[in-house]
Design a protein around this ligand. Structure first.
Ligand SMILES: Nc1ncnc2c1ncn2[C@@H]1O[C@H](COP(=O)(O)OP(=O)(O)OP(=O)(O)O)[C@@H](O)[C@H]1O
Length: 576
């Protein structure tokens, strides 16, 4: 059959996404132009689209498909560079993903194997966890013990399980051991928002510890870098002009200990870059909630690493289970969602009373009513007061810190049940309630979220800005500054941004809010619905939570666990 006879094989999942279909067509043409078969063209198109959706490989493929494409010139077994790779397990890769996965697996294996556990004095451990109860802090102690002499440590746990608290104590221990003190500590998170939150909690916790720890710890406390957490991009020296990282094996990150929080947001390419940029001998602490949504980019590296370490009962993994955030009904609900137990979720909702409830809305008019009452609750406090001349930055900071009280989180961004439409409806209602004159885009109290990194302005994707009027009535948009203060921008100077009244669940990762509503699409068949999505949305709430959507969508989300296809878990093998 010549390729002129070839009719594309049916691509059932490709419907509805023009960009994906265009990509699939382009790859198909490329494969034909380079002498590939129709079957290979089909696989290549599928692998490319799957990568956009987060998979790093296809397969394992059936034996007949393997036999069909295995001998083609464009396909190799990974030993030399070829556009596509069919590995020994029958997984089909684009070359880049094959290489990245292999490099990540090898680097993690090397770090994991390089362990010479260092003992820690019981008194020192007791000082860090005074009067502790092993049922609550036993795993935290275990993490502080385990970090000594290791080059890889993974700390995972749900919200409020004390990950940050534990990281701080691990760092203090490493500082006391002299390791981190000599070589420095770098702290990072995938997003600016998560990095900022991390700095805040580290700073608060360090202040608390200063009161509590014996004098022998003073030096370690002084050496803690609690004022700086960078985005992973910045840590790696991302250059937008060169579209490359400046930190690499030849020019590594200048730290002996590298901590990455919210590591579930790291994709395969970022983890590879991070591992390549580690200085020889340095230690990597990955911290995050492996049950949350995967990264935006391809791969599910934290989940794969945690599963591998857990299967091998490796001491390099510590899972925190006890939640210290006291709102018991939410802890119970999140645990039931994490386990995908629909009966337990129902029971948790019933038991929660007003703390967690389901609003089974099914159509746009029910949504419109709910959005109106949501906006009215936001409007109730009235627009924020004018900033006075006396220390406006401090007043703005107070207003910014008081912000995360209620947040609508949407499974979807687009469409009638998406964040864009919901945010616009809330904003329209607020303008009405606060009598904002027509024609003015900005008004005091308007909250926006930056959607693109602006390195010049040091504003990053996910940063929240609050519009406030100064004593002269001039409108400015205020952001929390990395150093803990507040900075103002004129509205026209902001990088791309959207109103933040409703954001997607994906965007909310790494943030927490007092009261959360999670809006699900009314179609239970919708592909976006997954257990991880629901868990991530619900677990952003500190005090109370609502689910907006029909019971069928809630059940569908609980029943569907998204597993990205790829070979990292297999290639990590047994880490023990
Ligand atoms: N061992 C402990 N004893 C008492 N309180 C603790 C302990 N560990 C953590 N906490 C408290 O629990 C709360 C949550 O801790 P922390 O912020 O470290 O958790 P986290 O897992 O990093 O949370 P998240 O990532 O969801 O913000 C904090 O108020 C902290 O002071």
């Amino acid at each position: 059959m010549s390729h002129l006879d070839y009719r594309p094989l049916p691509l059932p999942e490709f419907d509805g996404r023009p960009a994906e279909r265009a990509l699939a067509r382009a790859i198909t043409r490329w494969v034909f132009a380079h002498g590939g078969s129709p079957r290979l063209a089909d696989l290549a198109a599928r692998a490319t689209v799957a990568e956009q959706r987060g998979d790093t490989a296809l397969g394992p493929l059936d034996a007949d498909v393997r036999a069909d494409v295995g001998g083609e010139a464009l396909v190799g077994d990974g030993r030399v560079r070829t556009p596509f790779v069919l590995d020994a397990n029958g997984r089909f890769y684009l070359w880049r993903n094959y290489r990245f996965e292999g490099e990540v697996a090898a680097a993690l294996q090397a770090l994991h194997a390089d362990a010479r556990p260092l003992a820690m004095a019981d008194d020192d451990l007791a000082a860090l966890f005074p009067g502790g109860d092993p049922a609550r802090d036993g795993a935290q102690r275990q993490a502080v013990r385990a970090v000594g002499g290791r080059r890889l440590l993974v700390l995972t746990g749900g919200p409020g399980t004390g990950k940050t608290t534990t990281v701080l104590r691990m760092l203090l221990r490493l500082l006391r051991d002299g390791i981190a003190a000599r070589d420095g500590i770098a702290i990072a998170a995938p997003t600016g928002k998560a990095a900022q939150r991390l700095v805040q909690s580290l700073r608060q916790e360090a202040a608390r510890l200063r009161e509590q720890l014996p004098a022998a710890w003073a030096g370690a406390l002084d050496a803690l870098p609690t004022d700086e957490a960078r985005t992973v991009h910045r840590l790696l020296g991302w250059s937008p002009a060169r579209q490359a990282y400046s930190r690499n094996a030849g020019h590594p990150i200048d730290a002996g200990v590298v901590v990455v929080d919210e590591a579930s947001m790291l994709d395969l390419a970022q983890l590879r870059a991070l591992l390549q940029a580690l200085r020889p001998g340095s230690c990597l602490l990955l911290v995050g909630d492996a049950d949350q949504l995967d990264s935006v980019g391809a791969g599910s590296v934290l989940m794969d690493l945690v599963a591998t370490l857990e299967a091998g009962a490796s001491p390099a993994l510590v899972r925190l289970r006890h939640s210290f955030r006291a709102v018991e009904p939410l802890v119970r609900l999140n645990e039931a969602v994490r386990a995908g137990d629909a009966v337990a979720v129902d029971a948790a909702l019933v038991a929660a009373g007003g703390t967690a409830r389901l609003h089974p809305l099914e159509d746009t008019s029910a949504l419109a009513r709910r959005l109106r009452s949501w906006a009215d609750a936001l409007a109730e406090a009235g627009p924020p007061a004018l900033l006075t001349d006396v220390d406006p930055a401090a007043a703005a900071l107070g207003a910014l810190q008081a912000l995360p009280t209620r947040q609508l989180l949407c499974a979807l961004r687009e469409g009638a049940f998406g964040a864009d439409v919901a945010a616009a409806a809330i904003e329209a209602r607020l303008r009405q309630q606060w009598n904002v004159p027509a024609g003015s885009d900005w008004f005091p109290g308007r909250v926006v979220m930056v959607t693109r990194n602006d390195y010049g302005a040091r504003l990053f994707n996910g940063d929240l800005g609050l519009c406030l009027a100064d004593a002269d009535g001039r409108l400015q948009v205020w952001f929390e500054a990395p150093d803990g203060g507040a900075r103002a921008f004129s509205p026209g100077a902001l990088p791309a941004h959207d109103p933040a009244w409703a954001i997607t669940i994906h965007k909310s990762q790494g943030s927490e809010y007092g009261h959360v509503a999670v809006l699900l699409p009314p179609d239970p068949e919708h592909r976006i619905l997954s257990r991880q999505l629901l868990y991530t949305g619900l677990s952003r709430a500190k005090r109370s939570v609502e689910v907006w959507g029909p019971q069928a969508s809630l059940d569908a989300a609980l029943a569907r666990v998204v597993r990205r296809a790829g070979g990292l878990r297999k290639r990590l093998g047994d880490l023990d």
